[in-house]
Every structure is written in structure tokens, then in C-alpha cells.
Design a protein around this ligand. Sequence first.
Ligand SMILES: Cc1cc2nc3c(=O)[nH]c(=O)nc-3n(C[C@H](O)[C@H](O)[C@H](O)COP(=O)(O)OP(=O)(O)OC[C@H]3O[C@@H](n4cnc5c(N)ncnc54)[C@H](O)[C@@H]3O)c2cc1C
Length: 472
Amino acid sequence: MFEIHSPLPAVDPSRVEKALRLLHRSLGPSKIITSKDGCEPFARDESEAVGRTPDAVVLASTPKDVVLTLDCARRAGVPVTPRCAGTGRTGGAVPLRGGIVLSTLGMGDIKEINHHDRVAVVQPGVILEQFHDAVEREGLFYPPDPNSRASCGLGGNIAENAGGPRAVKYGVTRDYVLGVEMAAMTGPLIRMGRRTVKGVVGYDMTGLFVGSEGTLGVVTEATLALLHKPDMVLTLLAIFPTPHEAGRAVAAIFRSRICPRCVELMDAGALQAVRAQGVGIDPLAGALLLIEVDGEGPACERDMERTGEACVAVGALDVLVAQAGTQSARLWAARRELSPAVRKLAKYKLAEDVVVPVSQIPALLEKTEALAERYKVRILTYGHAGDGNMHVNFLWDDPADLPRVLGAIENLFRDVIALRGTISGEHGIGVLKAPYLGLEQSHELVSLQERVKKVFDPKGLLNPGKIFPLRV
Ligand SMILES: Cc1cc2nc3c(=O)[nH]c(=O)nc-3n(C[C@H](O)[C@H](O)[C@H](O)COP(=O)(O)OP(=O)(O)OC[C@H]3O[C@@H](n4cnc5c(N)ncnc54)[C@H](O)[C@@H]3O)c2cc1C
């Protein structure tokens, strides 16, 4: 572990004492953890963000628990950090000053799956993979699929507007959230949105809420849109001598009027991590595209053929159709495990999730090579190339190299913005990217968002320090 930012001052002990007294009175002791050992795991998520051990963790099991917890926090003047499964990559669920962590993972009911309306009503603690399985058993389909789907929760997905490999064809979480019930610091539960495809009444508050990273309110229920499950899914593996041909192939596939549902790119370094997981990949491969097409049988097979042809036309060494079931499942398992596998390649890792227009992927790959050279840091890249969302991983072993790595990261962000991209495609700003917000957004836009935050949370107690740098 290394310290990428300094810890913030702890909450005033007299306020903590008051908050604990109020929490015990409102919720009873069974839903509150206060022991150091019990609270410690809630100081971290799956990022390098440095938090303080919370003073209390509330294990909410009903919307009322959430409302009462926010009320206690407000009355005591103590910060509260919403949390679901803690798989976030930018420190969103990390309590920077301690205070209360409000876990919604225990609110795990799928309340309804409705065929006729093609909607589901869920609580925030439902694990995404369990939700996928439940809707697919009914012949329905919920496309958002972050690679953490076996462990992340729908509340966290909504708060982060999570994406994933299938976003290229189906979009991201926001495209499926029709309505939300949430608790804000200002009082009772608020329902926003709708249950229908259409609905234009008032501002699109649901759209604003999705992706707000737990800074505006706490999701207690959501109404999600569903599609019909595609008849057929085919997986293709295209190998290339270098990432540049693979990058060019992405644009070539779309030029041939195919929209695969996933196009995942791995460069040579990422392939090394995949091979280390025991997946045999042609030793000539310097890059790979893992592609999925879906749809009705004949159309799906035609799309697969045309995708393969587009890859060969720009220099693929080989294109293989994964045999259904085991081979495809193994490839996807290796892809989903890539992040922890890459972590094993060096002592320290920082991973960015930048996005560029698809046509600029080759340019992005050139820029990352130039950064590796200039800053003498190891960089490997993989990600959801179909929508231009690339995970650029910085690896190093000597703690003294951190300033150089941070220099390379800032320049990566500048390059991405110059290529007309964005500094985060799906992991959010959290605490780790907060210092860079101003690189992409104007002062006016940032301060407008800060004013919106103030309306929902006048005292700045809900997840402070996220998105906007904390000034204490
Ligand atoms: C191996 C790995 C692969 C990943 N792959 C992807 C990927 O492909 N695509 C992608 O988008 N992400 C990916 N992620 C990141 C992460 O899984 C997502 O951001 C996910 O949506 C977080 O969900 P969570 O339940 O773990 O949320 P947490 O980490 O608990 O919280 C995330 C944010 O949501 C807020 N929050 C949590 N619950 C609530 C609630 N009930 N109400 C309001 N706010 C709340 C928190 O305050 C925090 O800001 C990956 C992570 C890992 C470790």
C-alpha cells in the first residue's frame, strides 16, 4: 500500500459521541458496529484511496434505517459515507474522515420482475450477477455488466453509473434506471422517475442522481428497465502482432456496419497476465480482441463472419470462434480476473479508466507508449475498446517512483482530453480523480455542480471529499 493523498483530520470526538448515542437510540445496537476490528474493513474499497477507520458502521436492512441514519448524522454533524459492496475503484465508499459508514448491502431483495412491463424493482444490495441470473431465468436481459459483477451491488452500480464490456451496444447503467427511491440529508424518502419507457415530467432528476457517487442521496430502491434476452451469443478471438492493428480493427468493425456487444482489447502486457492465469494464447500474439456478437441465429452468425473479415483486413494474425460454453467462459473468466492478475505483476499499481473516441484508440496507444518511455514507468493497457474505454495500468516497484507515475498520469489525462475523450468512463471521480476534475471541466461547471450538491446536502455531510476536493 502507498499513500497517494494525505489522510484528513478525524471527526471531532464530541460529535462522534453524540452520533453514536442517537444511532443507538434510533436503530438499536444490533445494526451498529463500533468495534475497531469490525469497522476497519469499511475504511477501504478496491482502490488505493486512504480512508480513516469509521467510528461506526450501520448495517441498514430497511429504507427506514437509511433515513434514521442520515437524520442522526445530520443532528450530530458527522459525515456519513454510503456503501454497497465496496468494489469501487476510485475510493467512493472510503470514509475520508471516519464518521459513519452506511452499508446498504443488507437490503438485497429483488422485489419484482415484470414480463409485461419489462421492468424490475430492486433494493440496492442485490448483487449484480444474482440479478442477471434471476432476469435471464425469465428470458429477460439486464445489459450493464461491470467485470466485478460477481461481487458488486446494484446500489453501487447506480451511484457510479457503472458500465462494462456490453456498454458498446447496450449503454450503461443510467440507460436502464427508470426510477429511484432515495434518502437525502434533507429529510424523508423521495421517489423520482417512472416505470414507463417514456416520461418527461419535470427535470430528469433520476438522470442526475445516477452517477452522483453517493454525494446527493442514498438509493433505497430502483426501478430498472429490462430487454429480451438475445437468442444467440458468439465469442470471437482475434489476435494481432501489435496493439496498433488491434486498435485499428475496432474502428474497422464498426465501419463494416457491425455493432458487437463487446469488444475488449488486451495489449502485450495484459496478455502476459492472462497467460499467467494458465490460458494458452498464441505466442505470436502481441495484442488480442475478445469480441462478442449477439442477436437472432443467422444474423448473429453473419455478424460474426463480417467481424472476423474486418479484423483480417487490418492485419489480424488469426481469428478463432470460441467453442460455446467452456472456451468462451474461460476467456471471459481470464478477462474478468485481469485486474487482480495485473496487480501481481508489480509491487504497486494505479489503474486509470480513460475514454477516447474509437477512432483515436491507436493514437491513445501511441501516447501511452510515449509516456512509458518519457517517465520510465511500465504501462499496460486493456479494456472496453468497443466504446473507447481503456484501462491504462501504471506498474512500479520502488516507492520513490510515485511522483514520476503521478506525472505520467496527469499527462495521460491531458492527452486524453486533447483527443476529445474523458478522464473516467465508468469508475467515477471518487477521491482519487478529484484533483483532476478541473482539467476536464470549467470552473463554472464545477461550481454549478457544487451548488447542486449543496441543495441536497446543505452541510456537506454526505460522502464529503468525493468528486470535489475536500477543503478542511
Ligand atoms: C475487478 C474489478 C472489475 C471492475 N470492473 C468494472 C467494470 O467493468 N465497469 C465498471 O463500471 N466498474 C467496474 N469496477 C468498479 C466497481 O465494481 C463499480 O464501480 C461498482 O459499480 C461498485 O459497486 P459497489 O456495490 O461495490 O459499490 P461501492 O464500492 O460500495 O460504492 C461505490 C460508490 O457508490 C456509493 N454508494 C454505494 N451504495 C450506495 C447507495 N445505496 N446509495 C447511494 N450511493 C451508494 C458509494 O458511496 C461510492 O461512492 C470493477 C471493480 C473491480 C474490483
